[in-house]
Design a binder for this molecule. Sequence first.
Ligand code: C2E
Ligand code: CA
Ligand code: CA
Ligand code: CA
Length: 278
Amino acid sequence: AKRHARGQHVFFEPGQQQDLLEQQFLQHQLAQAVQENLLEVYYQPILDAQTGVIRKAEALLRWKHPNRGFISPAVFIPLAEESGLIHPMGRWVCETVMQQLKTWDAQGLPEVAVSINLSARQFVQPGTIQNLLEQLERHNLDASRIIVEITESVFMQDHGVVEEQLSLLEEAGVKIALDDFGTGYSSLSYLTRFNPHYIKIDRSFVQQLDSQNTSTIMEAIISMGHHLNKEVVAEGVETPGQQEWLQSRNCQYLQGYLFSRPIPAEAFADLLKDPPDG
Ligand code: C2E
Ligand code: CA
Ligand code: CA
Ligand code: CA
């Protein structure tokens, strides 16, 4: 079967009837889960690489299935995209994140910005960006508190629509992160075509830093980011060795299991209150 990049249609070949039924079943259950409020937003800290202070969090959806346990967003996001459920889900994620930011603010916690993932489909869907901006206004939150993470698959959508959404965000002051950087086919040309504030280096690079070729490429990406005035975030940092390497190259932000997995909002608040030493 041809599995396209994440965030796009998944096509099944006839031999995969079993799979297809399974997918349809899950799709049905997902719709129910949305209604029954069985989705949750988890937060993964993003640290300032030099100080170790938590500056941001990435919002990551979780589906707690009653008898299958956690189902990975890598599985259910594509299903939600096929059924269109992704759109109400996305609005719910934005609303939940903004309410959470207000709650943390009210608790006097240090201010963080939260990045929200938008798939290509979501990004070009009429209303997605307007809705996000309305929600910011309604919650009286500064635009700097939300970052929108997109992948280059967005640029395979209608260019006019993409430009429109980008300029809406830019006018409002919402920054964009180019996610999974380096894994696509033409990331470099997109850096010149629009202006992401952050580049998130995909974890596949971070995890191969011990290869000479990969570390050379990483050095080039970080230095290019600096020259283009972009802030570089490294994802998937799992070892102190990777952390040191990234710190010494002045990569600005670090995210990964070494610091914390994605965790529920309350646990994240505890981390903000009481950061671990280091
Ligand atoms: P992503 O945007 O690339 O998110 C980063 C993924 O890397 C997350 O997987 C995170 O748990 C994982 N990760 C972080 N640090 C480490 C590490 O040190 N080691 C390893 N091995 N993994 C690490 P997760 O939460 O399973 O999410 C998978 C994908 O699902 C995300 O990839 C994103 O594309 C999508 N997704 C999640 N939540 C949402 C959402 O609210 N909306 C949309 N459109 N997509 C979402
Ligand atoms: Ca992301
Ligand atoms: Ca990513
Ligand atoms: Ca990824």
